[in-house]
Design a protein around this ligand. Structure first.
Ligand code: NAD
Ligand code: TDX
Length: 337
């Protein structure tokens, strides 16, 4: 049995990971430590609830006493750290909590991992640590780090700290740097779910700047299979880029959502650009493909249609979310449109 502490498992990617891994394998005992911030939602984990090899603990990864207690109680030998503040726009509105959770929290986990001699520590990171690309080229694992937002700089800091724990103390750290994810259970502050839900509600679709910023999209299950591959076979001290070679300008995604939902493009509204908005991300994932045999399996056209359908079919899930704190955030970010 692998006793794994999965942090941030009530968020978008973490919950998809737990549901996926517990469905597939019975040799993982998963302890999910999540603070349940605005982004954490236990409804995402209904498929895993009640499984004998799953426990949920509500708590903060910055709480060293609690983290240490959990390592001891559950004989934790493995960590997968998804927990983070994850939204770039929120990091621009206020950065402090990003450095607390993403940097201090990672430090607390690494300290316990060191004391309890863990066998693998997987830090879930992002392609945003590399900064922005021009019209050409791809991020490789040796691209210089150049984070541009408070969010991405906190993730880069955590990556460097994790690698230093490998170098200094021999903690078997591995890092994944993935591109933009989409899929079920994504909080509707991110581009794709926000645009789907606004379209369904006949609300304006706020496109930043000229809409020509490019992101490289991957279906969340492909990301999670990459996390599994790096967790199982990644070499300590190494970084693995994860992406599905699917670059698209934002405006194309927005138009595709409108088309799938049979709505008119007049809903599109170009709004003030995000400050410091990175122009283009694109990932070279040949290292994980060649060394660990992972490759993306989902075709974008099929997986985005399936994702849109999920939001159409799961109105209850997102209606509860957008009726709460979300309204306050929406007003601050987008005004009363
Ligand atoms: P999310 O915001 O949906 O979920 C984050 C989860 O972490 C939430 O459940 C939240 O409650 C929890 N959390 C936050 N602070 C915590 C703390 N201090 N202690 C315990 N739990 C805490 O984020 P996501 O999109 O699922 O991203 C998960 C991870 O993947 C993050 O580390 C993010 O940087 C990384 N990532 C995300 C993407 C993407 O496209 N969403 C791409 C690459 C990497
Ligand atoms: O209302 C919007 N209008 C708009 O034009 C929003 C929310 C976004 N955008 C643009 C900004 C980006 O160019 O869409 C693109 C995607 O934006 P987000 O969904 O906020 O994602 P991004 O900033 O690219 O970061 C995401 O990918 C990398 C995740 O949020 C991070 O957690 C991950 O590390």
């Amino acid at each position: 049995m692998k006793n794994v502490l999965v942090t941030g498992g009530a968020g978008f990617i973490g919950s998809n990971f737990i549901n996926y891994i517990l469905d597939k394998r019975d040799d993982y005992f998963v302890v999910n430590l999540d603070k349940l911030t605005y982004a954490g939602n236990l409804e995402n984990l209904i498929p895993s609830e009640g499984k004998k090899n799953y426990r949920f603990v509500r708590g903060d990864i910055c709480n060293a006493e609690l983290v240490d207690y959990l390592f001891n109680k559950y004989k934790i030998k493995y960590v997968i750290n998804f927990a983070a503040e994850s939204h770039v726009d929120r990091s621009i509105l206020g950065s402090e909590v990003f450095f607390r959770s993403n940097v201090i929290g990672t430090n607390v986990l690494l300290e316990s991992a060191r004391r309890y001699n863990v066998e693998k520590f997987l830090q879930v990171s992002t392609d945003e640590v590399y900064g922005s690309l021009g019209a050409e080229g791809l991020f490789t694992e040796t691209t210089e780090l150049h984070p541009n937002s408070p969010y991405s700089s906190s993730k880069a800091a955590a990556d460097l700290m994790a690698l230093s724990f490998h170098h200094t103390y021999g903690v078997p750290v591995v890092i994944t740097r993935c591109s933009n994810n989409y899929g079920p259970y994504q909080f509707p502050e991110k581009l794709i779910p926000l645009m789907i839900i606004n379209t369904l509600n006949n609300k304006k679709l706020p496109v930043y700047g000229d809409g020509m910023n490019v992101r490289d999209w991957i279906y969340v299950i492909d990301h999670n299979k990459a996390v599994e591959a790096v967790f199982e076979s990644g070499k300590p001290g190494e970084v693995y880029n994860v992406g599905a070679s699917n670059e698209m300008p934002n405006i194309e995604i927005v138009k595709l959502i409108l088309k799938e939902l049979n709505k008119d493009e007049s809903l599109i509204e170009y709004v003030k650009d995000r400050p410091g908005h990175d122009r283009r991300y694109a990932i070279d994932s040949s290292k994980i493909q060649n060394e660990l045999g992972w490759k993306p399996e989902f075709e974008f056209e099929e997986a985005i249609s399936r994702t849109i359908k999920w939001y159409v079919d799961n109105k209850n899930w997102w209606e509860r979310i957008i009726s709460g704190e979300y309204q306050k955030y929406y007003q601050t970010q987008y005004g009363s449109r």
